[in-house]
Design a protein around this ligand. Structure first.
Ligand code: ADP
Ligand code: MG
Length: 345
């Protein structure tokens, strides 16, 4: 508005503001919030909620509701429970459309969008390949090319048909298997944030085994300071976030050794082969669903192509590096990283 206030008026305004702040402190109209922290096992990982609330009963009730919401989503999405809604849907593949819950419809829709924007590097239809490689992990034998080719017949997000009027999903190929392992934790963290807000809590952090969603900052601070995993790429050691998310994908724990090669639990859906490129990715995005999925997508795409991904998702930033034997053991530093440009926000 371009106001030109004489300096005396400025001083008056500042003094008035100071009074206003002090006054509200006295009357308690902005009560001091306390920090509370809770943890529970959710989706096979330690789920942690840090929140600011007026008192313990409010904090506990909010966290309880958020954990219950995440458990409810696990019952929808889990591929370890034969009776989950996702598993029941997969069992109908090759058949007619099925009416699904709001949750399942929304996550499948978002997953399809991310598949399209990642050249199918991220793909929830990767299930048949995940099963193959899970068996490889148990037996220590690499799947045959024939097994891989057969599984690939049932892989591809284009085989998911969504009808938003009837809220139905049709899986067009037989033997399709939806797998939410690369997006479900992020989605659950986002939904937990919504549940906390309904319970009156907006200053919060939800951490599902490294998929982290934050809301408003801690009481008295301007942001959540998140420590990133050991510096295997050119990412910063900590990052300050408000109303955003961070996810990390790496080959640190989940891999299988076959004939001396490390195969990751992330699979390139286009080739059907588990990654061997030892990539470590950290993604910051506006929401955890996106961050979680982009971390898997960037792992598959590798440093050069992942750059395009960061540009296609506004507000996202991706750091990616290749782990070496040295930094796996000692956590020393990258032997080969490509720093990413920071895309315009
Ligand atoms: P986590 O955070 O649990 O370590 P990620 O978020 O990196 O795991 O996702 C890995 C999981 O996602 C795998 O265990 C598998 O279930 C599934 N997955 C593997 N490859 C892909 C892919 N290319 N696209 C989507 N999901 C995948
Ligand atoms: Mg993930």
């Amino acid at each position: 508005m371009g106001m030109n206030l004489p300096s005396r008026d400025c001083v008056r305004i500042v003094v008035l503001l100071m009074f206003a702040t002090a006054w509200s402190g006295c009357t308690g109209s902005r009560p001091i919030l306390n920090r509370y922290e809770y943890s529970e096992i959710i989706m096979g990982v330690e789920g942690r909620i840090v929140l600011y609330a007026q008192d313990e009963p409010q904090a506990r009730a909010a966290a309880r509701a958020a954990f219950d919401r995440m458990a409810q989503l696990d019952a929808v999405l889990s591929d370890y429970r034969a009776d989950s809604e996702a598993m029941r849907l997969s069992a109908t593949s090759g058949g007619p459309p099925v009416r699904v819950s709001d949750d399942l419809f929304r996550i499948v829709l978002r997953a399809k969008e991310i598949s399209n924007a990642s050249d199918a590097a991220f793909d929830i239809t990767v299930g048949p390949l995940v099963q193959l490689w899970r068996r490889a992990r148990q037996t220590g034998t690499r799947p045959t090319q024939q097994d891989i080719d057969t599984a690939k017949l049932a892989v591809g997000a284009q085989h998911i048909f969504l009808n938003d009027e009837s809220q139905t999903i049709q899986l067009l190929r037989p033997k399709m298997q939806l797998d939410f392992g690369g997006i479900g934790k992020g989605f659950a963290a986002d939904e937990a944030l919504v549940t906390l807000a309904h319970a009156g809590v907006t200053r919060c952090l939800i951490d599902l085994g490294g998929d982290i969603r934050v809301g408003d900052p801690p009481w008295g601070k301007s942001a959540w300071s998140i420590a990133l995993p050991p510096r295997l790429h050119d990412g910063p050691p900590t990052i300050d976030l408000v109303q955003a998310a961070v996810a990390t994908s790496g080959d640190t724990e989940q891999y299988v050794l076959i004939d001396g090669r490390r195969y990751s639990h992330i699979i390139d859906p286009r080739t059907g082969i588990a990654l061997t490129n030892r990539v470590i990715v950290t993604v910051v995005a506006p929401d955890a669903t996106t961050a979680d999925a982009l971390a898997s997508a960037a792992s598959v795409l590798g440093p050069e192509s992942a750059m395009g991904l960061a540009i296609r998702f506004p507000g996202s930033r991706i750091w990616i590096g290749i782990a070496s034997e040295t930094n796996r053991r000692g956590g020393i530093g990258p032997d080969s990283t490509l720093p990413f440009p920071e895309p315009a926000r």
